[in-house]
Unconditional design. Structure first.
Length: 65
């Protein structure tokens, strides 16, 4: 299941928020949430408008013979 990520306000790196989603509309997440950033170790608050769903790269399929 894809992770919900934000950009760390300290480093600018993409970081996982600790939440995952299959098909949630992030725009409806109006309540602020908090998590400890694994990159800078600070607590960040975020809302749905700050986040995006991680895009999962799929490995190329093997050709069918």
């Amino acid at each position: 299941m894809p992770r919900i990520i934000i950009s760390c306000p300290t480093t600018g790196q993409d970081v996982p928020t600790g939440h995952r989603t299959q098909d949630i509309d992030l725009k409806i997440m109006a309540e602020p949430r908090s998590f400890r950033c694994p990159v800078c170790q600070q607590v960040h608050r975020w809302m749905g408008c700050d986040a995006r769903v991680e895009t999962l790269e799929r490995p190329p399929s093997a050709p069918v013979h």
